[in-house]
Design a protein around this ligand. Sequence first.
Ligand SMILES: [Zn+2]
Length: 220
Amino acid sequence: MELINYIDFLLPRFCLHCNIKLNADEKYLCKRCSDSLRRIEKPQLNLSRIRSLSDCRTLFLFEKEMPVQSLIHNLKYNGNFRIGIYLGKLLGKEYKNVFLNEWNIEVIVPVPLYHTKKAERGYNQSYFIAKGINKITDIKITGAIKRNRYTQSQTDLTLTERILNVQGAFEKKRYKKLDGKKILLVDDVITTGSTVNECATVLLEAGAAKIFAASVAIAV
Ligand SMILES: [Zn+2]
């Protein structure tokens, strides 16, 4: 018996969405659930409204009750930060050329969590997505900004409420040098873009040259 099959036999893994037993070559989702993920490359963000952001890439359309939600939920709430590395690697493989040769990204900045939230969850999921991108592209990661207050989840807010909710919620860490840098902001799910826009504004004010964003999913 091959080693991988043997491990699979001893420690069976299950699809995060439908709970079926995974084959040795499947990761987190079974083939059926994985095939149902809806790919999106360029999210239809209104970049004229999100002025601080030069461009954006994503992998999947966020759909409630679907495998993409199970992936994100397990990444955020079940302590499964390795999913973040896995998804970050997918992003890295898909957009390596864009990040390195089109956007000339010099540093990756994960969207930060407020410190009490991070303590609660134990980790920032966006950091692990960034880590996955770093493994593929070698672009270094810096925690250049912090969230300076608690912000409620953007999920149930209207567009205007979302903008107000994150306004002034981020600040640059004093000792980080960003002058002239082209930065890739990384988040798990981008919804209206208010959060990445707010982060981008802070980074631009701190002297960065251009800000781009990448996320695992986009909710429209
Ligand atoms: Zn499944």
